[in-house]
Design a protein around this ligand. Structure first.
Ligand code: ITT
Length: 194
């Protein structure tokens, strides 16, 4: 089964394909055809996820999965949130901005959130789900794995940042894997029923 992944973020695509592979499932996620350039003007992860899914469906008319995700920091009232990818020009500057805004804050609690939307080949919502991974923001960067805000995100229950976990370890606990596992369970049921 092929599913179009409504994303241009190669790290996400890699993580999602790694998770599927680790489960030995017969699903291949492929990139959208040329022309995928959605305007993410929703107000929630869920809305942006649907916008991306519809944009990919419009040009593929296939099964589509979209992932809209980001980092929500309690002391910043949930920011950067849906602005995570646009919080500054580069990943390093985005981290710098977050650390500056949190300067002196005692409450460092945060979570990653991931909203996934699965559309069937008729363009209807077949399944949607949100996954969360809780942690806190440290004061410097640590680790080089992963992407985005991983180097400043200390995973709850671990002494390491997300960027210090191996790919396999991140893929067991991340917001993306929590959401994707539900999607894959749904697809498995669907395949079994056909
Ligand atoms: P697409 O919209 O093309 O999928 P994007 O990177 O713009 O790619 P989002 O709009 O969903 O995707 O923004 C996600 C941002 O949130 C991402 O660029 C990172 O800054 C951050 N983020 C999401 N998941 C993350 C993760 O697992 N680790 C670290 N940062 C993450």
């Amino acid at each position: 089964m092929q599913i179009v992944l409504a994303s241009s973020n190669k790290h996400k695509v890699q993580e999602i394909n790694d998770i599927v592979k680790s489960k030995g499932m017969d699903i291949e996620f492929i990139l959208p055809p040329d022309g995928f350039d959605p305007i993410e003007n929703g107000e929630t992860f869920e809305e942006n996820s649907l916008i991306k899914a519809k944009a990919a469906w419009d040009i593929s008319k296939n099964w589509v999965l979209a992932d809209d995700s980001g980092l929500c920091i309690d002391a910043l009232n949930g920011k950067p949130g849906i602005y995570s990818a646009r919080y500054a020009e580069t990943p390093a500057l985005r981290i710098e901005r977050v650390l500056k805004e949190l300067n002196g804050a005692e409450n460092r609690k945060a979570h990653f959130s991931c909203a996934m939307t699965l559309l069937n080949p008729n363009g209807e919502i077949a399944y949607k789900v949100q996954g969360i991974c809780s942690g806190s923001i440290i004061k410097e960067t640590r680790g080089t794995n992963g992407f985005g805000y991983d180097p400043i995100f200390l995973v709850d229950g671990d002494t390491r940042t997300m960027a210090e976990l191996s790919e396999a370890e991140k893929n067991k606990i991340s917001h993306r894997s929590v959401a994707l596992n539900q999607v894959l369970a749904f697809l498995k049921e669907l395949q079994l029923s056909h």
